[in-house]
Design a protein around this ligand. Structure first.
Ligand code: MG
Length: 265
C-alpha cells in the first residue's frame, strides 16, 4: 500500500469514528433562559445599566404643558388642586421660585384620573445627605399602581426595585437614566386602568414610564381591579422638590371633529 493510501485510509477511519461519536451524543434540549424570581428589596438583583439620558427632556428651562393638559402645579400654588394626603389639614409644603418642596406629609390631588398621561418633574437635594433609601426619597402613587420611586440614584446603590424610577418592590427601571442631585428630572407616565366587562377584568391595568425621556417600563401589567386614582406625592422625610405637574386624558382614535364638508363644485 502506498503511503498516500495509508494516509487517506486513516482519515476515513477518523471521520467514521467522529460521525459515530456525534450520533451517540445525547440530543441537547434548546437552552431555556431561566427567569429568576427576586424577592422585593433583593440586593442580589442585577443593577440597571447606568446611562446618560441626554436632553430630549432638558432639565432647564422647564417645558410648557400641552394645551389640552390639566395643569396641577405650575409653580405658583398647591391650594387649588392639592390637599394633604389622607388628612383634612392644610398643606405645609414650601412653594417658592417655581417649585414646591416637601415638608410635613404627603399631598394628593383633589381630582381623580382615569387613563392618562402624567407629567411630573422633580429634583433631589443638591447637597447630598444620607445613603441608599435615605437620599432624596419621595414617590409618585397613582392609586392601584405601584409606587414609582423618586430617589437620588446617581452613584447611590440600593436594592434595584427601590431605586429611582423603579416600580417599587417589583421592577427596577430598564436602565438607570438618573441625573445628578439638584438637577431637574422628568417622569412621563402612561397609566391605563384595568378594563372591566361584566365584573371581570378583561385587560389588566398597565403602566409605561419614561425617565428623562428614556423608556424604563413598558406596558407593565397590574393584577386586580381598580378604578380612577388621585395622584399622591410621598413625604419620606427628604426635602425633594417638584414642579411642572400636568395630566392629559388619553383619548381614543377618531375622537376628533368630523372632517370639513366637501366643497360644492
Ligand atoms: Mg419613596
Amino acid at each position: 500500500m502506498s503511503r498516500a493510501a495509508v494516509v487517506v485510509g486513516l482519515f476515513a477511519v477518523g471521520a467514521i469514528v467522529l460521525a459515530q461519536e456525534k450520533k451517540d451524543e445525547p440530543k441537547k434540549e434548546p437552552e431555556k433562559k431561566e427567569v429568576k424570581q427576586y424577592k422585593p428589596g433583593d440586593m442580589s438583583r442585577p443593577r440597571p445599566k447606568v446611562i446618560d439620558p441626554g436632553t430630549t427632556t432638558p432639565a432647564e428651562p422647564p417645558g410648557k404643558p400641552p394645551s389640552d393638559a390639566v395643569v396641577l402645579f405650575d409653580g405658583t400654588s398647591l391650594k387649588e388642586e392639592w390637599v394633604r394626603g389622607g388628612k383634612d389639614q392644610e398643606i405645609t409644603w414650601k412653594v417658592e421660585n417655581g417649585y414646591a418642596e416637601i415638608k410635613g406629609g404627603n399631598i394628593q390631588t383633589k381630582r381623580k384620573f382615569g387613563d392618562s398621561q402624567v407629567h411630573i418633574e422633580w429634583a433631589t437635594p443638591k447637597e447630598v445627605k444620607g445613603n441608599g433609601q435615605g437620599r432624596g426619597n419621595s414617590g409618585v402613587y397613582l392609586g392601584g399602581f405601584d409606587e414609582i420611586q423618586v430617589l437620588d440614584s446617581f452613584n447611590n446603590d440600593t436594592y434595584p426595585d427601590g431605586q429611582a424610577a423603579a416600580l417599587y418592590g417589583r421592577f427596577p427601571p430598564l436602565v438607570n437614566a438618573s441625573r445628578k442631585p439638584g438637577e431637574w428630572q422628568v417622569y412621563d407616565i402612561i397609566a391605563q386602568l384595568p378594563k372591566v366587562e361584566d365584573g371581570k377584568v378583561t385587560r389588566p391595568g398597565r403602566i409605561t414610564v419614561l425617565h428623562n425621556g428614556v423608556l424604563v417600563h413598558h406596558a407593565v401589567e397590574f393584577p386586580g381591579k381598580f378604578g380612577e386614582f388621585n395622584i399622591l406625592l410621598q413625604d419620606h422625610g427628604n426635602p425633594v422638590q417638584y414642579r411642572n405637574i400636568w395630566v392629559r386624558k388619553l383619548g381614543e382614535y377618531d375622537d376628533g371633529t368630523p372632517p370639513p364638508e366637501p366643497k360644492k363644485k
